[in-house]
Ligand binder design. Structure first.
Ligand code: AMP
Length: 119
């Protein structure tokens, strides 16, 4: 799948639409999900143009990969999620239920997150 430069997270990265920003550095942007599924529901996205985790793992440089993962854990600590635990989740493609085609990790926490997947 080719990267769609008009996806909503690309627009957020270009500051064409606002977000409730949590953190930003040269590698990542983190913001609160517009439709939170748990008390804390954050999204962390890489700044590069990657459709999903598969695309990222195959095409990103090692610097981008390390930067992204360090960014995710930094955001989890900013939100205090590491104290009681949390869930990281990334949907990939149609069967994964991905809606926005720019890689994002969901961070869920602030309360028990519940079952891992629906049956
Ligand atoms: P996914 O289904 O994994 O692609 O998740 C996309 C997520 O992006 C959903 O949880 C949406 O609520 C969230 N979302 C969509 N638009 C925005 C936005 N403008 N700001 C913040 N979160 C958004």
């Amino acid at each position: 799948m080719n990267y769609d430069k008009n996806n909503i997270f690309a627009k957020i990265l270009r500051k064409e639409i606002p977000c409730k920003k949590i953190y930003e550095n040269e590698h990542v942007l983190a913001f609160h999900d517009i439709n939170p599924q748990k008390k804390i529901h954050a999204l962390v996205i890489p700044k590069g143009e990657f459709v999903d985790f598969d695309d990222f793992a195959n095409k990103a440089t090692e610097v981008e990969i390390v930067g992204f993962f360090k960014g995710v854990t930094h955001v989890s600590r900013l939100l205090g999620l590491e104290k009681k635990g949390y869930r990281v989740l990334s949907n990939i493609g149609q069967n994964g239920g991905q809606e926005v085609p720019h890689l994002h990790f969901h961070l869920f926490g602030g309360e028990k997150v519940g079952k891992m997947v629906e049956r």
